[in-house]
Design a protein around this ligand. Sequence first.
Ligand SMILES: O=P(O)(O)OC[C@H]1O[C@](O)(COP(=O)(O)O)[C@@H](O)[C@@H]1O
Ligand SMILES: [Mn+2]
Length: 657
Amino acid sequence: MNNYSIDCLQKNSRYLKLLSKQYPSVAAACTEIINLEAICNLPKGTEHFLTDIHGEYEAFTHVLRNASGVIKRKISDIFGNSLRECEKKSLATLIYYPEQKLDIVKKTEPDMNDWYKITLYKLIEICRNVSSKYTRSKVRKALPKDFRYIIEELLHENENGLNKQEYYNQIIDSIINIDRAREFIIALCKLIQRLAIDNLHILGDLYDRGPGAHIIMDELIDYHSVDIQWGNHDIIWMGAGAGNKACMANVIRISARYANLDTIEEGYGINMLPLATFALEHYNDDPCSSFHPKIANESHYNDKDIKLLAKMHKAISILQFKLEGQTIKRHPEFKMNNRLLLDKINFKNNTIIIEDKEYPLNDRDFPTIDPKSPYDLTSDESDLLDKLTLSFKNSEKLQRHIRFLYSNGSMYLKYNSNLLYHGCIPMNEDGDFTEICYQDNNFKGDELLNLFDRLAREAYFGKSENKEFALDVLWYLWCGPNSPLFGKDKMTTFERYFIDDKSSHIENKNPYFTLRNDESMCKKVLSEFHLNPSESHIINGHVPVKTKNGESPIKANGKLLVIDGGFSKAYQPQTGIAGYTLIYNSLGLMLASHEPFESIQKAISEEKDILSTTIILEKNFKRIRVSDTDKGKELHDQIDDLKMLLAAYRKGVIKEK
Ligand SMILES: O=P(O)(O)OC[C@H]1O[C@](O)(COP(=O)(O)O)[C@@H](O)[C@@H]1O
Ligand SMILES: [Mn+2]
């Protein structure tokens, strides 16, 4: 026990008085100290890392429910050879999708009560196992209200204990007899899912081409503990929600390109009719060949839909190029003049000069561009943009999702000695961190990311005259040459639509992406962020690992892990797999690589789980305790404060209440 002097206690008396409101007596302070010290000795909770989901909600939902294989492993650990493989599979499917699986069982099972009974025993066994890492109080808080008391009884009673056996069996029988088995099983399955993972980390790009980013956001909002490191695709949605027109045009363009306006229209209730009307009016006779949407499943769309989508796609792309040009001109400090392209078009010859090279354009229909002032909006374009901006601002659901990205997200995160970020820390060829000047000060490394984080928040919440600048910074973060989220020298969107010569499409990655293979570089980054380089790791998303070409997700001698493996179907041909996820539990760090996922429907009806291969990256010989984690450090600080309060009570500096 620390020996606090009276002087020290008196100096801290204002804080101690406040603390004494929560712990009003010696007994209360002692109880809390014992409680916190006990928590510190528990094994650390399991962390789950996912990234680059790109709107693929089915695969995402599945990996969230199967906890990247954690639940399957628990079933195997607990039941070993006492269950057949097919029984383990069924049990796993039940835990992932209880409602749907119960409906299927009901159709074929001749003795439902018997099935309920056996299943309940198994589920309680698994619940006991997954809850053993937590304090009773934490488990209690996770219990569903309706069954709180019964589950607690079942978790803490030993059905083999002589006196309790009948009591235990009676509870199970009663649940079945009063017709509550279905609800009870669903509650237990959800509890297992909830307790299997203590904390979820998402390393960015929830949004983009896949069909259901809004569904993913709804799931995350309901998730018990999640943090998000913003990706470049998330940041344009944040920009669109905050009212930046260039970001909004990008968001609509990408949705049109991937024939995925459902997220905007049905997910967020934003009406695209004004864009459709505008497109039909101005591009009616234009085949918009380069703007044919990329459609995963052609059969969903008829010819007319595709033609209309192509016109909308072109209309919003031209708007994007105009708005981006205006942004670049407003901000010479962004140093993006090389991306001013509309004024480099020769409308007579139908060519463009980019970086001293002349290219023919594959399209000559630019009905809304005035060659003399190509970045000016026509009055129809202005009206359209005003309508769309208003709809984005007024979508209650979009705004809720954006606020969630702000409250649970950031540019980067330090968590239990790992450094998490989506893209990169901008670097020069020589490995120095790139400096950016803002308001006469230079920023680089962690300070640069902190600056961007602050400005990103100011763009949404700010009220000052700097807000407009901050809004443009959100767009810079999407595609600016020194954006940590983008990490490339330029985004060649214009070239990919209008120039056939593919050499103009090249986007060069920041030197970071080569330098990060070097262990000493990674250690330098970790030190920059004030982490101990010998025990910490960097965890990255953003660039898909081309496993097919022999690339490894483990870089720099294990210091850096890239877990973008292609949740997004568009990247799977390159990566050869369907994504990496990372699990960090009390025993160490494990990397899971997943085979492509067919569908939730097949996962349920055919019990087709994702096939995952897990490799252990680091194994701890001593189990990691809460005490060794960031939470543990917080708890130790609290314990110290409580000990000081105890001393204050005992030395009469503070009175018990
Ligand atoms: O495949 P598309 O639609 O042309 O998109 C490619 C664009 O997406 C980007 O790769 C950014 O998205 P990611 O963050 O998913 O890599 C850009 O660099 C590139 O210009
Ligand atoms: Mn990305």
